[in-house]
Design a protein. Sequence first.
Length: 41
Amino acid sequence: MMEAAGVIEELKARDPMCWVGLMNTLKAQAEEIVLTELIYQ
């Protein structure tokens, strides 16, 4: 998911706040996938 979203170490060094925002978004997406597949079905 990180590669698809363009989250790379270079971005982390260049724009840390953008990197954190993208990581938070990816974490939320991953949690939603897990909840949907394991709990709600």
